[in-house]
Design a protein around this ligand. Structure first.
Ligand SMILES: [Mg+2]
Length: 394
């Protein structure tokens, strides 16, 4: 049972949406006065692109086996991640068997630990890990979700993230998560406007539809606590990523302060089993939201999910399209998934990582059958009509 060995690892940068979903044109809801840690500076308040949220672009990792089979994945990280993949990580794959993903992960992580551990380096590592799982699935002729133990449900259910939960409800989603628009620097008036926007949306969707607020690390404990209690009157289901991902102590306090029944969620900018162990053991939240393309890939997601499961916590991965779908369908403690509404007005379902992936499945009526994932690997191909730039070689 010898699979072909890994022959080549290549890394490309791509611009224009896709895995770097903040890299959008003007007028997109995702860049419309969203509260961020930079909102304290008026000059960076209106647009996240103004402070460089889209500066990196998408990283594409390709891994080619000796028989010519190619696995690939997309995540964020752009040109600096290309450097890390080509100049550092590739050595741990070339000449090896693609079945050795545990040893490869371990060597990628510990060889970069002195400058890595989180952020860009783990994004790059995640991209390599996902490309490796894609290659393995393509060589074995199996979808990734089969290799992860198979589907535990017949279909995925989705909530929608975007500016229009009212339209998401009409499209069949189970809930809608809106960006918070005003941060603490906008004072009491900003807080009132945040609550008014939630109240307006509640009046449109009725009492039972899930509504959530994504605070993108913008708040402090006091503001988040006040927002949570006022939002509770309008049936807010969860408050997401209210604080800096470094502030585990603040999250623990917010979790204690939050109204009974409201969920505190976070983790999209956390990474690895050790980072999530902090969130879980410090009782920071009710749901962890690792991004498969940022937390260490599928190999690490398995470990993060097991830690959460043992503590009775849910794992609802952040965005990340097919890389999440193949995981969520295999785990009981991931009962639903996120779908990012990437249409500029959040008024239509479009593939999350458009235009970078070909064959990317989308929910219909807020659902996706497991059979939609029944293709080898992650079941998608790289769109080679878009400009791929390979800035480094090795
Ligand atoms: Mg979020």
């Amino acid at each position: 049972m010898n699979l072909p060995k890994i022959a080549h690892v290549r890394a490309y940068v791509v611009r224009g949406g896709g895995a770097d979903y903040h890299d959008q044109g003007e007028g997109h809801w995702i860049d419309d006065h969203i509260a961020t840690p930079m909102s304290r500076y008026p000059e960076y308040r209106q647009s996240r692109q103004s402070f460089g949220i889209n500066v990196l672009g998408t990283l594409v990792v390709e891994i080619e086996a000796s028989d010519g089979t190619i696995g690939f994945a997309v995540t964020t990280g752009g040109e600096p991640a290309c450097y890390i993949v080509e100049k550092h990580l590739a050595r741990f794959l070339e000449g090896r068997s693609p079945t050795d993903y545990e040893k490869i992960w371990d060597q990628m992580y510990f060889s970069t630990q002195y400058y890595g551990r989180k952020g860009l380096v783990v994004n790059a590592l995640s991209g390599v890990d996902l490309a490796l799982w894609d290659l393995l699935g393509k060589l074995r002729g199996e979808p990734v979700y089969h290799m992860l133990g198979g589907a535990v449900r017949d279909e995925l259910q989705f909530y929608a993230t975007g500016a229009r939960p009212d339209l998401a409800k009409e499209m069949g989603f189970i809930g809608g998560k809106m960006p918070l628009h005003h941060g603490p620097a906008e004072g009491e008036e900003g807080l009132h406007r945040n609550i008014a926007e939630l109240a307006e949306m509640r009046s449109r969707v009725g009492p039972d539809f899930w509504l959530m607020l994504d605070c993108w690390m913008a708040l402090d404990v006091n503001y988040a606590t006040r927002l949570a209690h006022r939002a509770h009157e309008h049936g807010l289901k969860w408050i997401e990523e209210a604080l800096s991902p470094d502030d585990y102590w603040g999250y623990a306090e917010l979790k204690r302060n939050a109204p009974t029944g409201m969920l505190v969620t976070t983790g999209e900018h956390e990474a690895t089993r050790w980072g999530f162990r902090m969130l879980l053991e410090m009782e920071c939240c009710d749901i962890i939201q690792p991004d498969v393309g940022w937390c260490g890939g599928i190999t690490e997601m398995i470990k993060i999910s097991a830690l959460a499961d043992a503590r009775g916590k849910l794992v609802v991965p952040h965005g990340s399209s097919v890389y999440s779908y193949h995981f969520v369908i295999t785990r009981h403690n991931s009962p639903f998934a996120e779908f990012l509404m990437m249409a500029p007005k959040a008024d239509a379902v479009v593939p999350m990582f458009h235009p970078q992936l070909l064959g990317e499945p989308t929910p219909e009526n807020g659902r996706m059958r497991a059979s939609a994932l029944d293709k080898p690997g992650f079941g998608v191909e790289l769109n080679r009509d878009i400009a791929l730039h390979r800035p480094y070689t090795h």
